[in-house]
Design a protein around this ligand. Structure first.
Ligand code: UDP
Length: 328
């Protein structure tokens, strides 16, 4: 029988791409999602269980019915700005959801857990290249809630024997190169889709959040990674767990940062159109620069971030933006 993986948040942007990668690697992804920010139309590679991580009985039922060999946990609130306005929401939803899920895994004997963490757990670190060993000092509630879950995973490893792989994502971008799925957030807050909306005339302009950061051109620097490369890393992390190679923590970035202005310039080259831009204030909670070393994932997991060029990420996102998207 095909091994099943319970994918929380599998109807969302990153989770759906992970489901495609899982299916391609021979697994059956069972999506557990409350559809608060995800789309049922993005669930294409296995069944959808509509359920909420606040509902422990629903998690227990899904684990009992599908008997997954592992859980991939993507479901979370993930907007830095929103987390600064309503930190309680982030602590409650992200931490309680993960706690319910881990307790359910412990009770059901599911011993393998892949977790979506974030570079937001590092906070502002003066532009140093971030590695798995860099001390984590989050500056927003989103990063704080994810760091708490990392700690929770270590504790459950000891108490319940749940092995984990933690991925700290840098800036995930792009869309499935085959055009089956892509990014569709409501409301959209991310740089590349907002920029492409402005290029397409769907919004008047892109607001650049701050030009007075201590970076070479004054705009924030981020390390962008293609969503399909990120999805591949999850399959490699899962295979690491299933082959008994133990816990792991991996930064998923490319080792190269790009400023907001550089992303805008790359867009001009890819789309052949200008980006209408207005300069705005800094966004609360934004670090000046977040760039990752990717060597650990490359060396230990054999990860190849081969699609993570600005050209391909913006190109695939631009192709996806021409499609009708998900309706439900
Ligand atoms: N950004 C921007 N204008 C926007 C959205 C984002 O200037 O409308 C900047 C933001 O300040 C950050 C970078 O683009 O430096 C990436 O932001 P995004 O929200 O895509 O990801 P985050 O870094 O918050 O995870």
């Amino acid at each position: 029988m095909t091994d099943r993986i319970l994918v929380t948040g599998g109807a969302g942007y990153i989770g759906a791409h992970a489901c495609k990668a899982l299916a391609r690697a021979g697994f059956l992804p069972v999506v557990f999602d409350n559809l608060s920010t995800g789309w049922s139309g993005a669930v294409k590679w296995g069944p959808l269980v509509k359920g909420d991580l606040m509902d422990r009985a629903a998690i227990d039922a899904a684990l009992a019915e599908h008997r997954p060999v592992a859980v991939m946990h993507f479901a979370a609130l993930s907007l830095v700005g929103e987390s600064m306005k309503d930190p309680g929401l982030y602590w409650r939803v992200n931490v309680t959801g993960a706690l319910n899920l881990l307790e359910a895994c412990a009770a059901a004997g599911v011993g393998n857990f892949v977790f979506s963490s974030t570079c937001a757990t590092y906070g502002d670190q003066d532009g140093v290249l971030l590695t798995e060993d860099t001390p984590q000092r989050p500056i927003n509630a989103y990063g704080g809630s994810k760091l708490a879950i990392e700690q929770m995973l270590r504790d459950f490893g000891v108490s319940a024997g749940i092995s984990h792989v933690i991925f700290r994502y840098f800036n995930v971008a792009g869309a499935d190169p085959e055009g089956e799925i892509g990014e569709q957030h409501v409301p959209e807050t991310h740089l590349i889709p907002l920029m492409l909306d402005a290029v397409a005339g769907k919004r008047p302009a892109l607001t650049v959040f701050g030009t007075d950061y201590p970076t070479p051109d004054g705009t924030c620097v981020r390390d962008y990674v293609h969503v399909s490369d990120l999805a591949d890393a999850h399959v490699l992390g899962l295979q690491r767990l299933l082959s008994g190679r133990g816990n792991g923590v991996y930064c998923l970035g490319t080792g190269r940062g790009f400023s907001v202005r550089e992303v805008i310039e790359a867009s001009r080259l890819v789309t052949n159109r200008e980006v209408p831009v207005v300069i705005g204030d800094r966004r609360p909670g934004d670090a000046a620069a977040l760039v990752s070393s990717s060597t650990h994932a490359i060396q230990e997991l054999g990860w190849e971030p081969r699609r993570s060029t600005l050209r391909q990420m913006i190109g695939d996102a631009w192709a996806w933006a021409q499609k009708p998207g998900f309706r439900e």
